[in-house]
Design a protein around this ligand. Structure first.
Ligand code: MTE
Ligand code: MO
Length: 251
């Protein structure tokens, strides 16, 4: 607890000098974007330095689970293909792992469920100001990346989702430290039941040391890339491209 507090305080102190308040036109200039970018790098670097790359996010006991875990963002993926897969219990679903890998994979859900899995009870923190504690079980992303043989040039993992806002698909990305973190899983179970539609069936990412929007729901494809520049808007995620939230959302 005190470590978490002092970490926050330190990050706050370091960040405060660089962050510029207000939403005048100057704040939208390239200079501010650059400043915000360097503040983000500093936050990530500081956090990794203090907590270490493999530090686990806090885990809770069953008694601490929230009676209600709300749904947020898209509660379904409104495409004919998704509806078809949902109606069929995802029997036709294949998780694609591709990009900078030696062996691209297309893995059925049943097969994923047979692989070694990890279960964790963690707190989900949404940037909008709510939290909930839930249990997640799923397949380690590191295991899948090893099975596909991720190439050395790969620096990020992109989660491609089935849902969109308007015509813009939701997506998210993490670097290799978070991709290979022991608690980073593609969860197919929530609170002891198959992952419900509203929470991202059939698979959603759990990135336990980052805020809620990084936890991509409705994950269809995992892509290893050297750079995020040419993925959609180039900022590494749907909300990042909109310009609202930072790519690194460490908590
Ligand atoms: N594909 C997809 N993933 C998403 C979102 C979304 O709209 N689409 N919303 C994000 C946000 S902001 C939060 S807080 C969590 C909400 O997860 P929940 O619905 O399981 O509570 O999912 C995240 N992942
Ligand atoms: Mo969120």
């Amino acid at each position: 607890m005190s470590i978490a507090l002092s970490r926050r305080r330190l990050i706050g102190t370091l960040g405060a000098g660089l962050l510029v308040s207000g939403c005048d036109s100057w704040s939208r200039s390239g200079r501010v974007q650059a400043l915000l970018g360097s503040a983000e790098d500093l936050t990530m670097g500081t956090q990794r330095l203090i907590t270490g790359e493999a530090t686990l996010g806090r885990e809770f006991g069953p008694a601490e689970m929230s009676p209600v875990f709300r749904m947020n963002g898209n509660r379904t993926a409104d495409t004919p293909e998704y509806r078809r897969m949902l109606a069929n219990g995802f029997a036709d679903f294949r998780l694609v792992v591709d990009g900078l890998v030696r062996r691209p994979l297309a893995i059925p859900l049943d097969r994923l469920r047979e692989l070694p899995s990890r279960s964790q009870i963690t707190r989900h923190d949404c940037v909008e100001g709510w939290s909930a504690i839930g249990q997640w079980r799923g397949t380690s992303l590191a295991l899948l990346l090893d099975a596909a043989g991720v190439l050395d040039q790969a620096r990020y993992i992109v989660f491609h989702c089935a849902d969109s806002f308007g015509s813009t698909p939701y997506y998210e990305s993490v670097d290799m430290v978070d991709a290979r973190h022991p608690q980073t899983i593609l969860a197919w179970e929530m609170n002891g039941r198959p992952l419900p539609e509203g929470h991202g069936a059939p698979l959603r990412a759990r990135i336990e040391r980052q805020l809620g929007y990084k936890h991509a729901k409705f994950v269809m494809r995992v892509e290893a890339v050297a750079s995020l520049d040419r993925i959609y808007g180039g900022r590494g995620g749907y909300w990042e491209d909109v310009g609202v939230y930072a790519w690194y959302a460490g908590i």
